[in-house]
Design a protein around this ligand. Sequence first.
Ligand code: CP3
Length: 375
Amino acid sequence: MDDQLNPAARRARANETDAARDGAAAMTDALYHSTFMRACRRESVPYTPVWLMRQAGRYMKEYRDVRAKHTFLEMCKQPEVASEVTVYAAHRLGVDAAIIFADILLIIEPMGLDLEFAKGEGPVIHNPVRASADVDRVREVESSEVLASLGYVMDAIRITRRELKPDLPLIGFCGAPFTLASYICEGGSSKNYITTKRLMYNDAGAWHELLARISRALALYLNAQIDAGAQAVQIFDSWVGCLSPDDYREYVLPHTRSVIENVKPGVPVIHFGTGTATLLELIREAGGDVLGFDWRVSLDEAWERVGRDTAVMGNLDPVALLANVGHVRAEAKRILDQAQGRDGHIFNLGHGILPETPVGTVISLVEAVHELSQR
Ligand code: CP3
């Protein structure tokens, strides 16, 4: 019977069993019954839980002060520093979950790619994959290598779990196979994904091999984060919205699905993408216990399309936080009204907080969500 369910439904079923308690290594009663974890399982909550992508970032003075002393990669690689900014942001904002301070691109280093965060430029990969032959030099990552070369992420998770309020869940994360492949092929951020799509269309064999290698590494990485103390994991497919539905189905869906299916049973997976209004049904097919989308689609319509038996996350436009607090409250209310107090809504932005955002407005948003969603 289970074979006939799609992955999301299969995982949702797994969550109804004791596996939900066993999967996450650091699960306590307080964490298991937190509003965030209950919403992931579509159980009733006293108010809608909220957290914000990029909640620890440059919009916060305390982050900028720490950042002034380190490069971004140094911050990621020093577990005490990564943990400090994670915990500070979550406690200061009063959100219902923390997300470990790290980056989706860290995993590409053990895969043999030369990563730099250049000043003012964002990420640069100095030896991108440009042709089929380059795929062979993308290294297969073994479990022991994930633990060794990315051990700083797991150390940061262990420290953070100790420092966080005991009922505040910690989210681990990774990039999705497509979004990571786009950085690996383009050598950085991109507008038209020309190199990525050229490989995809010209040599489907090499493309699938690249995504399969990435996907195997990602599953190991997510499970290592769970073993270190993450209660849930999020997969960021930030740039998947550049694909047609047919291309997503053929070139991407099986790989994302394999990552999600290989996450320890019972640990909620949040599957997030932007620009996915035309892809929602396929994203649901790829799986995830919670599906996250941006503001370009309305929450009620998106929830209807992915199915009411899935939890959802979203979806305020991060730019709304640059408007006055009255507007922010009204927008929060609009989204909460669309959710109608149904079980399984986690409030978030549709993408990360922008550096220009006033901290006070972010705190007002968190308060507004809690207040306006009281059951
Ligand atoms: O959400 C959080 O608070 C956790 C930390 C986090 C970061 N990056 C910290 C970061 C998370 C979850 C990410 C994920 C990430 N990284 C994504 C997916 C989410 C998204 O925004 O779509 C992507 C695409 C990346 C890759 C990346 N990292 C880019 C393109 C950049 C440069 C652009 C920018 O905003 O500066 C980064 C750097 C980065 N990652 C910063 C932070 C706080 C800024 C670094 C700095 O302090 O200079």
